[in-house]
Unconditional design. Structure first.
Length: 282
């Protein structure tokens, strides 16, 4: 059954440690699993470029889920296999709802323009840099002079970063729109909250089912810690929460495993899957 099982993990707060990296122990464990034919991948809120900046040294053979399910990417070609994007009608609805709710701070618009991934925002009404400072030499960020200039290209996500108090009412309102998928979760590394607005075709669970079909798998085993992992937990055959996970994730889990800063995912894989592989080899 292992050859028909897809193992999938969230990155931040789950597979990555408190330093936002894959520990040597985790890398060693994953290498052994993948070299033994185990299908292992990740599903993250990060964009592909951001996720690969911390995993590119490691050979994930299976496609990966990025942008909370907006894209499934081929890691060998760096090209999208599946896109779950917002439509023009979705964008019109989103902009109208922002106006109706009197929310004037500019969101981050995650868009693909030609062959380039960009993160656009209206510089005239945003303090986004103070909440989400780009990495040095970051080329994706593009500040523009108006909302019309921000909502361009193939848009995968409209994302807000703010306090829980400011974002929760927006999440409650936008969640009523059946054409949108809305995800509201706390940042793994500070007190900011993220509110992701995506196509109704996008979410980690929907992309996970698409990836399961692509890889011809029959079972899903997943690992997570935050609210944006809930949809995966609902459809998985087994789901494991790291000890640092939120209570809702823990309540849904098959089992609670050690925290991300204790290499919890790798420890579980070593104790369970590597042991089974070793027994088969005897």
């Amino acid at each position: 059954m292992l050859e028909k099982t897809l193992f999938i993990s969230d990155l931040d707060g789950t597979l990555l440690n408190e330093k936002k990296i894959l520990s040597p122990y985790t890398v060693s464990t994953l290498e052994k699993l993948i070299n033994n034919g185990i299908k292992f991948s990740y599903a993250t809120a990060r964009e592909y470029v951001s996720s690969r900046s911390i995993t590119s040294f490691f050979n994930f053979k299976a496609p990966v889920i990025v942008g909370n399910g907006t894209y499934i990417m081929d890691v060998e070609t760096d090209k999208p296999l599946i896109k779950n994007l917002l439509t023009k009608n979705d964008i019109s609805d989103i902009r109208a709802m922002f106006a109706d709710l009197h929310y004037t701070s500019s969101p981050l618009i995650f868009s693909r323009i030609g062959e380039e991934n960009k993160i656009l925002w209206n510089m005239q009404n945003s303090d986004i840099y103070s909440r989400f400072p780009p990495m040095p030499n970051e080329k994706r960020f593009l500040g523009v002079a108006s909302d019309d200039e921000a909502y361009v290209g193939d848009i995968s996500s409209v994302t807000l970063i703010d306090s829980k108090e400011n974002l929760q009412p927006l999440y409650q309102s936008f969640s009523q729109n059946p054409n949108l998928t809305c995800v509201f979760s706390k940042n793994a590394y500070d007190d900011n909250y993220f509110f992701y607005i995506m196509s109704c075709k996008a979410d980690k669970d929907k992309a996970l089912l698409q990836l399961k079909e692509l890889l011809d798998c029959e079972r899903i085993v997943c690992f997570g810690d935050e609210a944006n992992d809930i949809s995966m937990f609902k459809i998985a055959d087994e789901c494991y929460a790291v000890a640092n996970a939120i209570d809702e994730i823990k309540s849904m889990a098959t089992e609670i495993i050690p925290a991300n800063y204790e290499d919890g995912v790798a420890v579980w894989l070593n104790n369970n899957i590597m042991e089974e592989i070793s027994e088969r080899a005897i």
